[in-house]
Design a protein around this ligand. Structure first.
Ligand code: XLS
Ligand code: MG
Length: 341
C-alpha cells in the first residue's frame, strides 16, 4: 500500500561538529551558529533540537536570557524552522559531576532542578512544550556509590517537579544504558515508561527513543519503538546506527544494519507515528570541513530510500507468509526488497 505520509525532520546544532573526541582535538573548524541554522532547510530539515545552552549560555540572568531566546527565535522564524524540544544539559557543569537529580550532594540536586526549570522557561519563550531528559550522568561507576532505590525516588521527584513547574509541558525521557556512566539508572525506554505511570501526570510523560541507545542495551530499536507506540508514548525518535556494543557512535542511519533500519521505519510508518524524526548523527572524525554536513544529508536520504521500500511491501503477501508460517519465504521477500530485486 503506498502512502504519502510526511514526516518532520530535525537535528541538533551539535550534529555539525568539529570532530574532537576523547583521544584527539578538533579536526574541523567550528561552523558559526547562524550558518548552522541556515544549513537546515538546504539539507531538507524542518526543525531544530536544542539543549538549553544551545539557546543561551546557562549562566545568563533572566533579562539576558529573554533577550537571547528572542534573538534565536527570530533566527528560526526567519528560516521557517520550528524548535522541537529543549533538553537541559546536565552533564557539563562542575555541579553535575556526580549526576544531576541523583547526585549525592543536595546543593547539586537543587542546581539540576533549577536548571531544568529554567530549560522549561526557555521552552515556553521559544515556543515548544517538549522537554527531553537525556539522563547522562544519572547512574554510577560503582554500584555502592548511590542508593539505587533512592535514585528512583529522586528521578520521579524530578519529573514531578518539572511537570508541576508548568502545566503544559511534556517530559520525554531519552534513555541510554551506559556512557558516560558505567551503568545508567532507567537504562531503557521500558524503564522510563514505568516511571511515567507513577508520575503526577502520566499523560505528559513519554519517551524519545534513539536507535543507538536501544542497540547499546542489546535491544532492537524497532521493537522498543513498537512497544512504546503501543503505550501511545513514543513522542520523538533519534534515528542513527551503531556498530555493536561499543561507545555511542551515532552513525549514519542504516549504515551498519540496513534491515534493522528498514524495520524501524516499517514500525513507524505502519503505526502512523506522528512525532518528529530526529537524526542524531555524528560525522566521522576523518570527514573534511567541506563535507561536514554530508552525514545528515545522507541519513535523510537513507530514510527516504527505506520509506520507499517500506511502502512497496505488499501487506497481503506478508500476511500470507505469516499465515502459512513460511518465514523463510518472508525473509527472502524482505531481503529481495532491500536489494531492489
Ligand atoms: C546523547 C543524546 C543527546 C540527546 C539530547 O547521547 O542522544 O544528543 O539527544 O540531549
Ligand atoms: Mg539523541
Amino acid at each position: 500500500m503506498s502512502s504519502t505520509r510526511k514526516y518532520k525532520f530535525t537535528f541538533g546544532p551539535w550534529n555539525i561538529s568539529t570532530g574532537g573526541d576523547p583521544f584527539g582535538p578538533p579536526v574541523r573548524a567550528e561552523v558559526e551558529y547562524a550558518a548552522k541554522i541556515r544549513a537546515y532547510k538546504k539539507l531538507g530539515f524542518d526543525g531544530v533540537q536544542l539543549h538549553d545552552d544551545d539557546v543561551v549560555p546557562a549562566d545568563w540572568n533572566a533579562a539576558e536570557t529573554a533577550k537571547g531566546v528572542a534573538s534565536l527565535k527570530k533566527m528560526l522564524d526567519g528560516e521557517g524552522l520550528f524548535p522541537e524540544f529543549i533538553a537541559p544539559r546536565l552533564w557539563e557543569d562542575p555541579r553535575t559531576i556526580d549526576g544531576g537529580y541523583t547526585s549525592n550532594d543536595p546543593a547539586h540536586r537543587k542546581y539540576a532542578l533549577e536548571r531544568s526549570k529554567r530549560a522549561i522557561d526557555i521552552a515556553n519563550m521559544i515556543g515548544t512544550r517538549d522537554i527531553v531528559l537525556w539522563l547522562a550522568r544519572e547512574g554510577t561507576y560503582i554500584r555502592e556509590a548511590k542508593d539505587p532505590m533512592l535514585a528512583a525516588d529522586r528521578l520521579l521527584e524530578a519529573v514531578d517537579t518539572l511537570l508541576a513547574h508548568d502545566k503544559n509541558i511534556r517530559i520525554l525521557g531519552e534513555m541510554k544504558p551506559n556512557e558516560p556512566m558505567d551503568q545508567a539508572y532507567l537504562p531503557t525506554p521500558g524503564h522510563f515508561l514505568a516511571l511515567c505511570y507513577r508520575a503526577s501526570d502520566p499523560a505528559r510523560c513519554g519517551v524519545l527513543i534513539e536507535s543507538a541507545h536501544s542497540i547499546l542495551a542489546g535491544l532492537d530499536p524497532s521493537d522498543d519503538m513498537a512497544y512504546t507506540l503501543w503505550h501511545k508514548k513514543l513522542w520523538s525518535v533519534h534515528l542513527n546506527d551503531q556498530n555493536g556494543l561499543k561507545y555511542d557512535q551515532d552513525k549514519t542511519f542504516g549504515s551498519v544494519d540496513l534491515r534493522r533500519a528498514f524495520n524501524t521505519l516499517w514500525v513507524l510508518e505502519r503505526a502512523h507515528y506522528d512525532g518528529c524524526i530526529g537524526l542524531d548523527i555524528k560525522a566521522m572524525r576523518s570527514t573534511k570541513q567541506e563535507q561536514g554536513t554530508n552525514h545528515l544529508a545522507n541519513s535523510l536520504k537513507m530514510v527516504h530510500h527505506l520509506l520507499d521500500i517500506v511502502r512497496s511491501v505488499d501487506a497481503a503477501k506478508v500476511e500470507a507468509f505469516r499465515a502459512s508460517r513460511d518465514y523463510e519465504g518472508l525473509e527472502m521477500y524482505i531481503l529481495e526488497k532491500l536489494m531492489g530485486k
